[in-house]
Write a new protein. Structure first.
Length: 152
């Protein structure tokens, strides 16, 4: 009986410590529908420093001039290959019958900013590698570009 009680206590402690691992982390979500492409950005941050950003782009095949997932793969695969092999950066494209769904996740805690600076869409101001990515500056820039914050 004592072993069972200790085991249950240990499991509860592990769950509590795991739940506290992201203590203080918050998220903000922004969306923009432009030219038929829906973009959703999710920022994970603490205080004003962004630790992770994910982007999801839903791209109808009609917008890129293709009619099937095979044609879309042939067109988009070279672009996707550019984003492979970088620590802190994952990129994938899923294809359904009518659209491509691009997902990009950037973990700024391990990203080599210099290695990815020439990739399409990678924009960093000033000393981002040393100072981090500002959540407030990112939110302001996104809103200036027409993104709307989605409140949960």
């Amino acid at each position: 009986m004592k072993k069972t009680t200790k085991l249950i206590g240990l499991l509860i402690l592990v769950l509590v410590l795991t739940a506290c691992g992201d203590a203080g982390q918050s998220t903000r979500t922004f969306e923009l529908s432009q030219d038929g492409i829906l973009t959703t950005l999710v920022y994970t941050y603490k205080d004003d420093v962004v630790s992770k950003q994910s982007a999801k782009n839903i791209i109808p095949y009609s917008l890129i001039g293709v009619t099937s997932k095979e044609e879309a793969k042939a067109l988009l695969a070279p672009m996707s290959e550019e984003f492979q092999g970088y620590d802190g950066l994952t990129h994938k494209i899923d294809y359904d019958n009518e659209k491509a769904i691009e997902t990009i996740v950037v973990d700024y805690t391990v990203l080599d900013f210099k290695a990815v600076e020439d990739l399409p869409g990678m924009m960093f101001d000033g000393d981002a590698a040393e100072l981090g990515i500002s959540m407030e500056q990112s939110a302001q820039m996104l809103q200036e570009q027409g993104f709307v914050e989605i409140k949960k």
